[in-house]
Design a protein. Structure first.
Length: 247
């Protein structure tokens, strides 16, 4: 006994609209019609529907199902591509599970970019937030350099800066800036791209500068922002003086 569209959809575990979509896409042949105009689906249609569902469950895109499941041509290329995508997804999920386990065990943090977890003790909360933002603004090479910079800094090197109150007087600001400057100057010497970072900014200079300014304005108080500007100016002068001396 032939089946109606609704009956074959139920048998195949799908919907009438899906069956019609498969007809429109050419994946399922149109059945014969009875004298009253109703479609008559047979076993071959059911088998084809189940085959399509099986391939869809495996992740085969509709556009490739004809190649993979028609019995003609070589399905190898399509299946190999899908297999590669699945392997990449499995690897990503395994990494995510490992990180989640580490977070649950308390051995890593969620407020740092991947790979920076071992530096958590060296970074205050605002600095962690800044590293997260940096991970979206800088390329992998620049982030690796930033990690090395942080790793090379002594524990508590910026403690005075982080403790600086918003109403700190000029003398205190200058003292803190001068204490930070040598370390910043050394970074400028060791990593020259810091002076011209354009090649490490995948989102472009304008977007990066706007995001950076918006972020540090929220993370640091006015006195700290003033100290950053002072320390940067002193560091650049020291780095330039060092370069001149070397020559």
């Amino acid at each position: 006994m032939p089946w109606s569209t609704r009956e074959i959809a139920d048998l195949a575990g799908t919907t009438v609209n899906t069956v019609r979509h498969y007809h429109r896409s050419g994946l399922l042949d149109e059945p014969d019609r009875m004298s009253n105009g109703y479609k008559q689906y047979g076993a071959r249609h059911l088998v084809r529907l189940l085959q399509i569902r099986r391939l869809r469950d495996l992740g085969v895109p509709l556009a490739q199902i004809e190649t993979v499941g028609s019995g003609t041509g070589s399905p190898s290329a399509a299946l190999l591509a899908i297999d590669a995508e699945l392997a990449a997804s499995i690897e990503r999920l395994n990494r995510a599970r490992a990180e989640i386990r580490a977070i649950l065990e308390g051995s890593t943090a969620t407020d740092l970019p991947a790979g920076f977890e071992d530096l958590a003790s060296k970074l205050a909360a605002p600095e962690r937030s800044l590293m997260l933002v940096y991970s979206q603004l800088y390329d992998a090479s620049a982030m690796a350099d930033l990690k090395r910079m942080i790793d090379s800094e002594p524990e508590g090197a910026d403690a005075a800066f982080m403790a600086l109150p918003a109403d700190a007087d000029d003398a205190v600001r200058q003292l803190v800036a001068e204490s930070l400057a040598p370390m910043l100057a050394q970074h400028l010497v060791d990593y020259p791209w810091l002076s011209e970072p354009g090649s490490h900014l995948p989102k472009g200079r304008r977007v990066t500068e706007e995001a950076f300014l918006e972020t540090i304005t929220e993370l640091y108080n006015p006195a700290q922002l003033d100290v950053l500007a002072r320390a940067g100016a002193i560091a650049r002068a020291q780095a330039d003086a060092g370069s001149t001396t070397d020559e």
